[in-house]
Write a protein that binds this ligand. Structure first.
Ligand SMILES: [Zn+2]
Length: 165
C-alpha cells in the first residue's frame, strides 16, 4: 500500500521546515491540530506529518510503497506503546487515517516529496513545484474519540481507579 515515510532532509527546503520524526518511519497526521489557521501556522501542526513511532512532527515526507502487513505491524507497535484506554477503537481510526493518506497519494510516483496542510477534519497533500493538490477527509470519529480517551486517561489517575477493578 502507499505510505509516506519520513526523510532526513528535504529536496526543496523551505523556511520554517522541521524534521523531528525518525528518517524512514511511517508518517501519519497529527492527532489534534490547533483550532484556527493562524494558530496552526504558528504552532506548525497545520503543515506537519506525525511520525507513527516517534510521535514527532516533520514538514515533508516521501511517497513509498510498503507491504500492508508491515504497515499494520508498525501501527500496532506504535499503538501498543500509547495510552489509549480503548486500544482497538483508536487503532481502527488511525488505520482509517492512513488509508485516507494512501488514497491521496495513490497516483504519485514513488519517491515524490510531498507536504501537507492539515485542518480539522481534512488534509491536503501539497506537491513539489506547486503541482496539483489532493484533499482527503479524516475519520469523523477521530477527534471525538481521542478527546474522550484523553479524558478517561486523566480520570484514571484520580481516586476512581479502584472502580475499574
Ligand atoms: Zn498546533
Amino acid at each position: 500500500m502507499r505510505v509516506v515515510l519520513a526523510a532526513a532532509e528535504s529536496l526543496e527546503p523551505r523556511d520554517g521546515d522541521f524534521a523531528f520524526a525518525t528518517p524512514g518511519e511511517l508518517l501519519g497526521l497529527p492527532t489534534f491540530v490547533c483550532s484556527t489557521r493562524e494558530k496552526r501556522a504558528t504552532c506548525g501542526c497545520g503543515r506537519a506529518f506525525a511520525g507513527l513511532s516517534s510521535g514527532k512532527g516533520t514538514t515533508f515526507g516521501v511517497v513509498a510503497e510498503l507491504d500492508e502487513a508491515a504497515v499494520k505491524a508498525e501501527l500496532a507497535e506504535s499503538a501498543s506503546g500509547a495510552f489509549w484506554p480503548a486500544h482497538g477503537a483508536a487503532h481502527a481510526l488511525f488505520w482509517k487515517d492512513l488509508l485516507a493518506m494512501a488514497d491521496a497519494v495513490a497516483d504519485d510516483m514513488l519517491g515524490t516529496e510531498i507536504r501537507v496542510a492539515v485542518e480539522n477534519g481534512t488534509f491536503t497533500i501539497l506537491r513539489p513545484g506547486g503541482g496539483p493538490t489532493t484533499t482527503g477527509a479524516r475519520p469523523d470519529a477521530l477527534n471525538a474519540f481521542l478527546r474522550a480517551a484523553l479524558a478517561a486517561e486523566a480520570s484514571s489517575d484520580s481516586e476512581d481507579r479502584n472502580l475499574r477493578g
